[in-house]
Design a protein around this ligand. Structure first.
Ligand code: NAD
Ligand code: WQD
Length: 343
């Protein structure tokens, strides 16, 4: 059976998707420049799947690298049938400091991947989009037809990426594209062998809480407690990374079987506040998370959670894992690997 090419393959979400795809019977080829991940994830994938990962190191903006991926796919698996494009820079704050780097990497990378797919006659693409395309939501839960707006250069790259892809499929109906708008991916594989391994100070809540729990950081700064939410702290739709990974399997099946494009939210539909998440994490880790209330973080919204019904109705996918699983699995990964993959 032809294989699926994952770009950004050694990253957080892609490494979990790699396993989910293999479990579902797909062969996988990965490509990554390692700009924000470690090749040390590869032996862990080997350990979990019992198969040697097929991996090409390189930048997706480089046509030669991508042609090599398609050649390896041909030699090893008789071809590549679809691409899941994860590779991107994703730090919102950094994107405001280096907007051109984000435009070049995220939009340039997407165009380069599409050009390579065209050269090799492959037209099924899954694109990692984000709930960031909704900006400050006007109503909750958020449905896919809500107004779209970018509030930072990173978000702009996702919005432009989606728009370019919709134009591409309008002009050339051979393309079938799934834009998956992830809400807040958290947690880790239940084995504790792979998980999120941020470089430097984590930008996102759960990895920060995990580092507090393991003793790497003294306390959690709670950014704002005067939001229009039940306890005053920000509310988000946290989704277990393994549920998210299975969403990609569902999307690839949808593209192959239905031969049409789709854009769906991948969330649980349930929001949790910062305080609820910190408490649940403390329960999972068996220790309290010390909190310090701090000013709001610029650009943050009060609450953001998905209406996840479209993903269920179109591709039969829904999230099944709850907040206790997300915290327990994150804690297993964090406590077994306090220094991440490089430890
Ligand atoms: P990640 O940083 O762990 O993974 C991205 C991977 O892409 C990294 O391994 C990085 O080395 C690689 N990469 C970046 N630019 C590259 C390039 N030009 N060529 C080759 N490899 C390159 O991030 P993640 O959290 O796994 O995110 C995966 C995708 O999901 C990204 O597109 C991100 O924007 C999107 N997303 C993430 C979140 C989140 O909160 N984690 C939410 C919504 C959307
Ligand atoms: C969640 C809540 C913070 C850290 C970001 C990107 C978004 C998407 C997912 C890629 C908020 C609060 C956080 C901390 C805190 N990424 N918080 N202390 O902001 O919903 O989304 O990641 O597409 O584009 O913007 O997630 O995890 O950063 O924050 O109190 O140390 O936790 O204020 O209410 P966010 P987050």
């Amino acid at each position: 059976m032809p294989a699926v090419l994952l770009t950004g393959a050694t990253g957080y979400i892609a490494s979990h998707t790699w396993l989910a795809l293999q479990e579902a019977g797909f062969d996988v080829i990965g490509v990554d420049s390692l700009v924000n991940s470690s090749a040390r994830v590869l032996p862990r994938l080997q350990q979990l799947s019992g198969r040697d990962p097929v991996f090409v190191e390189g930048d997706v903006r480089d046509a030669v690298t991508l042609d090599r991926c398609f050649d390896v796919g041909q030699a090893r698996f008789g071809g590549i049938s679809a691409v899941v494009h994860f590779a991107a820079l994703k730090a919102v704050g950094e994107s405001t400091e280096k907007p051109l780097d984000y435009f070049e990497n995220n939009i340039g990378g997407l165009l380069s991947v599409c050009q390579a797919m065209k050269r090799h006659g492959v037209h099924d693409l899954v694109f990692s989009s984000s709930a960031t395309v909704y900006g400050k939501p006007e109503s909750l839960p958020i449905t896919e037809d809500a107004p779209l707006r970018a509030t930072n250069p990173y978000g702009q790259t996702k919005l432009i990426g989606e728009e370019l892809l919709r134009e591409l499929e309008r002009c050339d109906p051979r393309w079938h594209i799934a834009c998956l708008r992830y809400f807040n991916p958290v947690g880790a594989h239940p084995s504790g062998l792979i998980g999120e391994d941020p470089r430097g100070v984590p930008n996102n809540l759960m990895p920060y809480v995990a580092q507090v729990a393991v003793g790497k950081r003294a306390h959690l700064n709670v950014f704002g407690n005067d939001y229009d939410t039940p306890d005053g702290t920000g509310v988000r739709d946290y989704i277990h990374v393994c549920d998210l990974a299975e969403g990609h399997v569902a999307a690839l099946r949808y593209l192959a079987e239905q031969q049409r494009s789709l854009t769906v939210n991948l969330g649980t539909g349930r929001g949790y506040s910062v305080l609820e998440l910190a408490r649940a994490y403390g329960d999972a880790a068996g220790r309290e998370i010390p909190l310090v209330f701090a000013p709001r973080r610029p650009g943050d919204v009060d609450a953001c959670y998905a209406d996840p019904r479209a993903a269920l109705e179109t591709m039969g996918w829904r999230a099944t894992r709850g907040l206790p699983d997300m915290c327990a699995d994150s804690w297993r990964w964090q406590s077994l690997n306090p220094l991440g993959f490089e430890g």
